[in-house]
Design a binder for this molecule. Structure first.
Ligand code: ZN
Ligand code: ZN
Length: 177
């Protein structure tokens, strides 16, 4: 007597076709890749026209003082701002004055990121920036940011952020353009 085989019911028959789909292994989600470093913009011409000549003047003055600078970063995309904030390297993220083309970072051409105090580069940056009426991050007390130079004072940043498309008007009202 042949072994009894389960009857192929219509239901079971259908399961031959359905089952492979139902048991298809669910691929574990690929591990989240670390976000790619958004590129740094170093182009002087990307700065706001009210600020660009002041940075040109700063670079020339630093050269004349014997401590030439390397322009590290000018305009920053909001994406890069958020990326830096996530890294703890920017406090303001997408609200930084870099986003508006109103800030630039300069480092010492000779020593890059390892400039010793004895070089005098940053004290020259501070002196020249103050002389041009710029705000220097090296004068800040909460987060000292020595490469950072910006057009407006910290107390005026809110006006810049709120200005939207009326940025030029806002800068004029603050006396910068
Ligand atoms: Zn130096
Ligand atoms: Zn900066």
């Amino acid at each position: 007597m042949p072994a009894e085989r389960p009857a192929v019911t219509a239901e079971r028959f259908a399961s031959f076709f359905v089952a492979p789909l139902a048991v298809a292994p669910t691929e574990p989600a690929p591990p989240a890749r670390p976000p790619r470093r958004p590129p740094v913009v170093r182009d002087l011409t990307k700065l706001h026209p009210a600020f660009q000549p002041k940075i040109e003047g700063l670079l020339e003055a630093l050269e004349a003082l014997g401590t030439p600078a390397r322009l590290w970063e000018t305009l920053r995309t909001p994406k890069r701002g958020e990326w830096l904030k996530a890294q703890g390297r920017s406090r303001n993220g997408a609200r930084s004055m870099h986003i508006f083309g109103l800030a630039a970072d300069v480092i010492c051409a000779a020593h890059r990121w390892r400039c010793p105090r004895s070089c005098g580069f940053f004290s020259n940056v501070g002196e020249v920036a103050r002389g041009e009426g710029l705000t220097w991050g090296g004068d800040w007390t909460t987060i000292v940011d020595r490469p950072h130079v910006q057009l407006v004072r910290v107390g005026e940043q809110g006006t810049v952020r709120a200005a939207g498309v009326n940025l030029d008007t806002a800068l004029r009202s603050l006396g910068y353009a």
